[in-house]
Structures are given as C-alpha cells and as structure tokens.
Write a protein that binds this ligand. Structure first.
Ligand SMILES: NC(=O)c1ccc[n+]([C@@H]2O[C@H](COP(=O)([O-])OP(=O)(O)OC[C@H]3O[C@@H](n4cnc5c(N)ncnc54)[C@H](O)[C@@H]3O)[C@@H](O)[C@H]2O)c1
Ligand SMILES: O=C(O)[C@H](O)COP(=O)(O)O
Length: 417
C-alpha cells in the first residue's frame, strides 16, 4: 500500500445521513480508520462548526454544501454524494476551491424506475384511496376510474438513466412510450420521441419526470403545462422537488383535470424525520406521497456505499478524479518509487510551463505527467523521481499564479520510479 503524505489515520472522514455500512468497510479496507458516521444531515451552522477538521465528507441529498461551508473547509480534499443528485452542493464553489465532488450516477436508477412502474399501476387503478377505505372499514367494489395500463401512453420527460429504464419496463407491460429530452437520445424499443414538452403532455395518460434540477427545469410543470395535460391523466415526479409547481398541481387535482399523482420529491422537504411535512397535496384523493425514497432500497444503498467510497479512496490514494462531476477527469496508475504532486489551477496560458519549470529548475526528472483541462480548470498529476524536497516543491507549486490547490500526495523512494 502506498504511504500518503498525510498518514491515513490522520485523514478525518465524516459521513452524514446514514450512509450504508459498505462505505465504512470499503474505507477501512483501504486503511482509513478515522471515520465518523452520523445518521442525519447537518445544517449550515453545524457544518460550519465541524467542517474545519474534515478531510473527506460524505453526504446524501439532505445536506446542503454552500459556498460559505466550503470556504470554511480548509482541510477538505474531496466530497462524496452517496446518491445521484449533486444539486445540494455548490459545485462551482467546490471547483473554485479545488475540491472534486463524486457521486453514484446509476446505483439507484433501477430502484427509482421500479417505484415509478408500481405507481403507474396504483394510480391507474385508484388503489390507495380504495385501500384506505378498506382500512377504515369501508368497501367500495367498483371499476370507476380504474384502468389497465396496457395500451395507455406513458410520457417520459428526461430520457436519461432512469427515464430509459422506465421506458423498457413500461413497454414490456404493454404501454406505448413517448419521451421528451433536450438532447437527441436513442429511442429504446418502440418508444417515440416528442418534439416538445407540449406535444408529450397532450398525448400522455401518465407523465413521469426524470430531469435534473437546473434553472431550465425549475417549475417546468406549472399551471400552463398542467392545463396542457390530457383530462383524467396522472403525473409522477421522482426527480427533484423544484420541477413541479405544487400549488398548481393541487389545483389541477382538486378540479379533477388530473385524477392522480405520485410525488416523491418536494420543493421543501423536512430536514429530519422528526419534522412535520407540510404540503398543499396532503389529504388529496388518489395522490401517493412518499418521503423522497425513490432510491432508498437495500440494494441501491449498498451499491452506492461501495461505489462512492471507492471513488473517494481512488482520489485520496492516487489523485484520480475519474467520475468527479465538477472536475477534469484524470487517472494515473500508482508509480511506486515516484513522488506524486497534484496541481489544480485556472485554465490560463503558461501555468503548465511554470509547473514544469519548478521541476526542471531543481533538475528533477518528470517520470509521468497527466494533464486534463476544461474551459475553466486544469488538473495535472506529476510523478517525479530523484531526491525530492516535497514540501519545498509543493510550496513553489502553490506560488504559481492561477493555482487553486497544490499538494504532494506521496513520497518517492531512493532510486526513484
Ligand atoms: N427520488 C429519488 O430518490 C431519486 C433517485 C435518483 C435520482 N433522482 C433524480 O432523478 C433525476 C434523473 O436521474 P437520471 O439518473 O435519469 O439522470 P440522467 O442525467 O441520466 O438523465 C436526465 C435526463 O434529463 C435530460 N434533461 C435535462 N434537462 C432537460 C429539460 N429541460 N427537458 C427535458 N430533458 C432534460 C437530460 O438530457 C438527460 O437525458 C436526477 O436529477 C436525480 O436528482 C431522484
Ligand atoms: O439523488 C438521488 O440519488 C436521490 O435523490 C436520492 O437521494 P438520497 O440518497 O438522499 O435519498
């Protein structure tokens, strides 16, 4: 095992929101023993209190990492989102501070897709209101507002990982699938693309949303879009809470323009399980409300725990940013015997030359180098052999104009690489 510049028992890892046991075992297996796990999210004040001593932070969707928190995180080297969404992190601020953010882009995809399929059937049969009535001692044996899904049209907004899984399963159960995406996507099976959201809304018996939270998707389903949906249709949202105007949806359901909805995500979600959930949708007929559990299955959480922990270890051990959502992707194999330096900088002319001058000025041989840039950021991993004064080199690297972060990762051995 490579010895890091900061010994692994001194790397403080804080995992929030009940991240799965697999993450702990993966980290322990990688030699990281200073791991604290909390079952809940921390708010901004609590984060500010704790973040100064944390090197690696793991969160899920409830923890908001603002620029203020990130700026106070003087030791933070990377963040792991143990989920798909990363909108809870100020990714630009993290980039600016040289902190890569990792996630698990498809470990819970299947769980969300299966929930949506179940909800389509429950909604179209009106099962929840009937079941509630039976629980209360009633009996409503009726076919009114109860339909098969076979032959009905499912409209999928956002044909990415989840949208395409839903597409395949819905079609195999006899539904006609239409989809709308801002990117030209390969249609799976017999699914048909729509040219606009309006076209999709007008033809769908059930509309399901699978878009990320972006300025373009905020309130993308508002009063006008709800009116454009077929009378008697259903809406499902297991994407992000800001995508649907909840007050407008409640209105459309009360007017019976829509006759059912299943909502898993909300503009304002309780910060903890003890908080009361408030929503205009509470108590409405044939509305399935779930507490943001689309991706909460044992299988998904276990897979996510392993996947994200491995990415954090790869970055901490080797400097690999493969899979980071806000960073250029760089991976270099471990070069036993070499001294490894990492340098994150603004992507402007001349920085790489200056980095190389630091090494040539000291007569150091660069044994391997990997640079990747995007329009704003450059990330370079440099392996050198020979007799290296790591701390002096690292401080010279830090002094280069445009540097966001520079550190040496692990020392070399006499004789070099
Ligand atoms: N409820 C949950 O527990 C849960 C679990 C996992 C994921 N999610 C959410 O589901 C969302 C989708 O996940 P995914 O893995 O399928 O993401 P993805 O990135 O694979 O797919 C998203 C798709 O939406 C498309 N898109 C983006 N903006 C659009 C717009 N304005 N109009 C139409 N299409 C647009 C993209 O081109 C892409 O194809 C994520 O944002 C995530 O936050 C929720
Ligand atoms: O982004 C995601 O993967 C989902 O919203 C699930 O988030 P969670 O792990 O916080 O439940």
């Amino acid at each position: 095992m490579t010895k890091l510049s900061l010994s692994k028992d001194k790397i403080n890892i804080l995992l929030l929101e009940g991240v799965h046991d697999n993450a702990i075992s993966e980290l322990e297996h990688g030699g990281y023993v200073s791991v604290e796990r909390l079952p809940r999210a921390l708010d901004e004040a609590e984060l500010l209190e704790r973040i100064g001593s944390v090197h690696i932070l793991g969160i899920r969707s409830r923890t908001h990492l603002t620029a203020k928190v990130l700026e106070a995180a003087s030791k933070l080297i990377c963040v792991g989102c143990f989920c798909i969404g990363t909108n809870q992190v100020d990714l630009k601020a993290a980039r600016r501070l040289g902190i890569p953010v990792f996630n698990a882009p498809y470990s819970n995809t299947r769980s969300v897709a299966e929930l949506v399929i179940g909800e389509i059937i429950m909604l179209m049969r009106g099962i929840f209101p009937k079941s509630n009535l039976v629980h209360a001692g009633g009996w409503m044996k009726s076919a009114k507002d109860s339909y098969e899904i076979r032959g009905k049209t499912l409209g999928i907004v956002g044909y990415g990982h989840i949208g395409t899984q839903v597409s395949i399963m819905a079609e195999s159960m006899g539904m006609k699938v239409r989809y709308f995406d801002v990117v030209n996507k390969l249609a799976l099976g017999n699914a048909q693309p729509c040219h606009s959201l309006e076209e999709l809304l007008a033809v769908s018996d059930v509309v399901t949303l699978h878009v990320p939270d972006t300025p373009q998707t905020r309130n993308m389903i508002g009063p006008a879009q709800l009116r454009a949906m077929k009378k008697g249709s259903h809406l499902i949202n297991a994407a992000r809470g800001q995508v649907v105007d909840i007050e407008a949806l409640a209105g459309a359901l009360k007017e019976r323009h829509l006759i059912g909805a299943a909502i898993d995500v909300f503009p304002k979600e309780p910060g903890s399980d003890a908080e009361v959930f408030e929503s205009a949708l509470r108590g409405l007929d044939n509305v399935i409300l779930t507490p943001h559990i689309g991706g909460s299955t044992m299988e998904a959480q276990a897979n996510i725990g392993t996947e994200v922990a491995q990415k954090l270890i790869e970055y901490s051990d080797n400097g690999s940013t493969m899979g980071a959502v806000n960073f250029p992707q760089v991976a270099l194999p471990v070069h036993a015997g070499c001294t490894r330096f990492l340098h994150v900088h603004e992507n402007r002319p001349g920085v790489l030359r200056k980095i190389n001058e630091v090494f040539s000025g000291r007569n150091l041989n660069i044994a391997a180098q990997y640079l990747q840039t995007d329009p704003e950021l450059g990330y370079v991993v440099v392996d050198v052999d020979g007799d290296v004064d790591e701390n002096e080199v690292a401080s010279e690297l830090r002094a280069i104009e445009g540097t966001l972060k520079a550190r040496f990762l692990y020392p070399g051995k006499p004789g070099g690489c």
